[in-house]
Design a protein around this ligand. Structure first.
Ligand SMILES: [Cu+2]
Length: 248
């Protein structure tokens, strides 16, 4: 893993990483394509809000899209805050939670993010209408392309990048919406064994040491089994069993 830092650029992402100036940093990461140890791939995950809720125990769906993601060691995940008021936090003892990231991984989290601060005029009082919410049935589909580039007028989604270096299974949450099920599993490389429960909600640690509220259902959903994440590559929110057949 250390070799990844040789180019200098990616080492800036090692450990806990904040990158508000996404454009500059991304350019740096992508220049790592030449690095023999890194695929240089940047995966996009969006923070979305959508109505109606797929579970009566939440007002609307708050979720990461995709909700399960398979990446290679050294790959970068770019979180795009398509809707505001979210963060990305590792389940980690340093944060008072039972570890749900590989042993040896240092605690990491993003700040609370939303629109890029400089894209909101200083005199603006009301928040912008949220994108990726109930309006767009599938807010995730406009992803991939750098939609935040070039839209100088209007609110611009902020971004946060994190490089996943250590192989293994990572469970991450959004602090404001964990109890509503806003959690994501990232599997890095082909290490799918974990030291934490991934399948049986009853075997999870008590809330506050472990996932809270509906995050418990999300992170033990059959569609998010680490082996399934690896075989499928990407698991959309809609694929979770917990989100099926609840419309009526
Ligand atoms: Cu959230």
């Amino acid at each position: 893993m250390k070799a990844l830092g040789a180019g200098g650029a990616l080492s800036a992402f090692a450990g806990s990483t904040v990158a508000r100036e996404a454009h500059g940093r991304e350019a740096a990461v992508e220049s790592e394509d030449d690095d023999a140890n890194s695929t240089g791939t940047v995966h996009t995950v969006e923070t979305l809000i959508r109505a109606p809720a797929t579970n009566p125990n939440r007002p609307v769906d708050f979720f990461f899209q995709p909700t399960g993601l398979y990446v290679q060691p050294g790959d970068v995940v770019k979180f795009v805050f398509r809707t505001p008021d979210h963060n990305v936090v590792a389940y980690h003892p340093a944060f008072g939670m039972r570890r749900r990231v590989p042993v040896g991984v240092t605690a990491f989290s993003s700040p609370l993010l939303g629109w890029r601060p400089e894209s909101i005029p200083g005199e603006q009082i009301e928040p912008p209408a949220e994108m990726g919410g109930d309006g767009g049935e599938s807010g995730g589909e406009q992803s991939g392309a750098d939609t935040e580039a070039g839209s100088e007028d209007g609110p611009v989604p902020d971004t946060w990048l994190h490089a996943f270096e250590t192989p293994g299974v990572y469970d991450l949450l959004c602090s404001p919406h964990e109890s509503f099920g806003m959690a994501i599993r990232v599997v890095v490389g082909d290490v799918t064994e974990t030291q934490f429960e991934t399948a049986n909600p009853d075997a999870l640690p008590e809330p506050r040491a472990g996932p809270v509220g509906l995050a418990r259902a999300v992170l033990t959903d059959p569609s998010l089994l680490p082996e399934t994440v690896v075989s499928e590559g990407s698991i959309p929110w809609e694929a979770l069993e917990a989100n099926q057949g609840n419309g009526s």
